[in-house]
Structure formats: structure tokens, C-alpha cells
Design a protein around this ligand. Structure first.
Ligand code: NAD
Ligand code: AHE
Ligand code: ZN
Length: 375
């Protein structure tokens, strides 16, 4: 069939909207009509050329929601008409990682997914001249139709609006999951969140749900503070306006007769390795846990004095908020529909597919939290 897509032809170039060829689903695969997709900073990371795994031409997008149109041979858990959220972290429930119960990082199709291919080693997308187009994070939601493995689709309730729940496909689950699954934040904790964008705001929302007493938001852009306050931020630090961000956070959190400051939990949602270091070092001696969410460009490395860890701080990372996609994503959708989590105010812009490059401009200008393309 033919479908419309925003194609990344080359790193660093605007996406080009065009008709592409899409082959139908093979065994174990599903054809999905994408109804809406969010623009995550990770899409921009790859579009820009900063992603060591970036392949071109490709169809980006990994934060979508849609409807099953057709299923391939052997597909048993989905049928045409089902509403689904694509999963860049699938859940096969059979690989060593899934069976370990210790990680959400299913390894069933990771190798081919990282090569921009379907599990059989081929692509379903082609340009009209026959040039193959790579898949992206196994999802490619910047196309009106896509083909996905059955294990990479979460079936969700049918009364949930696509233009809101698409955000559960990455940002919402990543931010809230980082708090609940990865950090395991307890009631009464103190926390610092670096980067108050589409991910950081969801970390803040997760911290409020977990019953945090103090939530310190950190961002270079003062305009991000207003929305963060609405989601539960209690204090704001702009690193460009203080001499030392770590000292500022430590001072805000001094307690006890020793007056040793530091947050119980910190989160990096910027992708900047210097910020990751600050996030670790502002966490409390003896027990502070710092979680890396941000994705850093090719070649970037983190560093700190080992003494920071010797003295009890723990440095962790999280992908998709530690969520097991097929099991947990339907629950996130229920939480949204039951009013337990908020999504609507974070979707600051709605665009058509033709306007998608404007969505990346808004991201660069710091004007959007989430721009969502509706097909
Ligand atoms: P975003 O662009 O919406 O937000 C980033 C925020 O960080 C902005 O508000 C920006 O002003 C702020 N910022 C940038 N540099 C800063 C600095 N030096 N100090 C303080 N604040 C700074 O991006 P997003 O969609 O929220 O994504 C955030 C990061 O999380 C990206 O690196 C993205 O690739 C990554 N991410 C990771 C996962 C995962 O599973 N680990 C999932 C989604 C996104
Ligand atoms: N391709 C990059 C790494 C990108 C990355 O870390 N992706 C996250 C999801 S970001 C969603 O917005 C992830 O899930 N990683 C686990 C995985 O297996 O990809 C690089 O540096 O090579
Ligand atoms: Zn994302």
C-alpha cells in the first residue's frame, strides 16, 4: 500500500513529507494506522545526526497511538480494530531479559531494531523509486501507517483519545516510571529534576504521586518553571543565574544537626553529561540515588570522582521508565482516563504531518512541551 510519511533523508536536514510504499505485515507482524504521534527530543537527537545508531533514510517517531488494520500469520493477541500504542521497548515474555523479572529491556528483537530493520532483517518501507527506508526504534510513527511486531504493541482501551495517549508511548511512562520503577521514591523524600521538558515534567508528576516533600526543578529556561509548579515543583533553580548549581541544591536541602544537604533522589532529563554529573553530586552522601534518563550524543561520556560513589551515592539509568510495555502501558492509559495522571496541559501544540518540522523548531525554541501530530 501507499502511505504518507515524514522521511528523514539525511542527518541534519528537515523531514520531507512524501508518499511511501509500505509492504503488508509478515508472520508475527501487524499493520497499524497511526492516529497521532508526539515529538520527543530523542527523535530530534537522531534527526540531527547525534545518534550513533542513526540510519538514513528513515522514518522517525516512536511516541504514537493507533488502530490495528491487519494482522500477519500467527498473530494471536491482536485483531483488526484494536487500539494500540507502539512500544520501542517490546515485551516478548520469553527472552532471558523478560524472564529475569529484573529488567524491562526485552532483547528479543533489539539487534534488528537497532539496525532499522524488522526482525526478519528487511524493511517494510520503500521510497516510490524502490530505495529502502529504515524503521526507527521499531516504531516509525511519523508515517500514517506502519508495520510492527506483535510483541511491540500494547493493546489499550478504545475510549482513550489517541492525541493524548500517544504521549504514554514515551514521555509519560518514561518520566513517571523513572520515579516509581527505577528510583522507587518513598513518601516524604526530597528530589531534584534537571530539565523541565516533556520528560522532566512527568518525573515531577511522578514525584508528586509518590508523595515527595520537596521537588527542586532545574532548567536554563525560566519559562519552564510555571508549568512545572502546576505539576508539583516546589523550588526552581536556573543554573545560569546561580554560581554553583550543586551548592544551591545542597543548601536548599540541609537538615539534621550535621546540616549535610543533598537530595534523596535526582534525575537527569537533559542528555547533557555535565548536568548528569551535577545531578549525581547534589544527591545525599550515604544514600542519594541519581537516575540518568537523558540520551547523550555519540562519543559523550560521564565522569565523577569515584569518591562520590564510595560515599554511598548510586548512579543508575532508565529506559522507558523501567516499564514493561504490554503489561504496564494499558495501566498508564487507565490512570489517565481515571484522572490519576495529567497529560492534556503538557500537549502544548497540535500539528498536521505537513507542519512536523515546525514542531522541531518549537522544541529548539523551548516553546513546546509536547507537540503532537494528528493524522
Ligand atoms: P525537551 O527538549 O522537551 O526538554 C529538555 C529540557 O532540558 C528543556 O526544558 C531544556 O531547557 C532543558 N535543558 C537543556 N540543557 C540544560 C542544562 N544544561 N541545564 C538545565 N536544563 C537544561 O526534551 P525531552 O523530550 O524532555 O527529553 C529529555 C531527554 O530525555 C532527551 O535527552 C531525550 O532524548 C531523553 N529521553 C530518554 C528516554 C529514556 O527512556 N531514557 C525517553 C525519552 C526521552
Ligand atoms: N541510539 C542511542 C541510544 C538511544 C536510547 O538510549 N534510547 C532509549 C530510549 S529514548 C526514548 O525517547 C532506550 O530505550 N534505550 C534502550 C535501547 O535498547 O535502545 C545510542 O546512544 O546508540
Ligand atoms: Zn522518546
Amino acid at each position: 500500500m501507499r502511505t504518507r510519511a515524514a522521511v528523514a533523508l539525511e542527518a541534519g536536514k528537515p523531514l520531507e513529507i512524501m508518499e511511501v510504499e509500505l509492504e503488508g505485515p509478515k508472520a508475527g507482524e501487524v499493520l497499524v494506522e497511526i492516529k497521532a504521534t508526539g515529538l520527543c527530543h530523542t527523535d530530534e537527537f537522531t534527526r540531527s545526526g547525534a545518534d550513533p545508531e542513526g540510519l538514513f533514510p528513515c522514518i522517525l517517531g516512536h511516541e504514537g497511538a493507533g488502530v490495528v488494520l491487519e494482522v500477519g500469520e500467527g498473530v494471536t493477541t491482536l485483531k483488526p480494530g484494536d487500539h494500540v500504542i507502539p512500544l520501542y521497548t517490546p515485551e516478548c515474555r520469553e527472552c532471558a531479559s523478560c524472564l529475569s523479572g529484573k529488567t524491562n529491556l526485552c532483547t528479543a528483537i533489539r539487534n534488528t531494531q537497532g539496525q532499522g530493520l524488522m526482525p526478519d532483517g528487511t524493511t517494510r518501507f520503500k521510497m516510490l523509486d524502490g530505495t529502502p527506508i529504515y524503521h526507527y526504534m521499531g516504531c516509525s510513527t511519523f508515517a500514517n501507517h506502519t508495520v510492527m511486531p506483535e510483541i511491540a504493541l500494547a493493546k489499550v482501551r478504545e475510549d482513550a483519545p489517541f492525541d493524548k495517549i500517544c504521549y504514554i508511548g514515551c514521555g509519560v511512562t518514561t518520566g513517571i516510571g523513572a520515579v516509581i520503577n527505577t528510583a522507587g521514591v518513598e513518601i516524604g523524600s526530597t528530589a531534584a529534576v534537571f530539565g523541565l521538558g516533556g520528560i522532566g515534567l512527568n518525573v515531577i508528576q511522578g514525584l508528586r504521586m509518590a508523595g515527595c516533600d520537596m521537588i527542586i526543578g532545574v532548567d536554563l529556561n525560566d519559562d519552564k518553571a510555571e508549568m512545572a509548579k502546576k505539576f508539583g515543583m516546589t523550588h526552581f533553580v536556573n543554573p545560569s543565574k546561580v554560581e554553583n548549581t550543586v551548592a544551591e541544591i545542597v543548601n536548599l536541602t540541609k537538615r539534621g544537626i550535621d546540616q549535610i544537604g543533598g537530595v534523596d533522589y535526582s534525575f537527569d532529563a537533559t542528555g547533557n553529561v555535565k548536568v548528569m554529573r551535577d545531578a549525581l553530586e547534589c544527591s545525599h552522601r550515604g544514600w542519594g540515588v541519581s537516575v540518568i534518563i537523558g540520551v547523550a550524543p555519540a562519543g559523550a561520556e560521564i565522569s565523577t570522582r569515584p569518591f562520590q560513589l564510595v560515599t554511598g551515592r548510586v548512579w543508575k539509568g532508565t529506559a522507558f521508565g523501567g516499564a514493561k510495555g504490554r503489561t504496564d502501558v494499558p495501566k498508564f492509559v487507565d490512570w489517565y482516563m481515571d484522572g490519576k495522571i495529567e497529560i492534556d496541559p503538557m500537549i502544548t501544540h497540535k500539528l498536521t504531518l505537513d507542519e512536523i518540522n515546525h514542531g522541531f523548531d518549537l522544541m529548539h525554541e523551548g516553546k513546546s512541551i509536547r507537540a503532537v501530530v494528528e493524522y
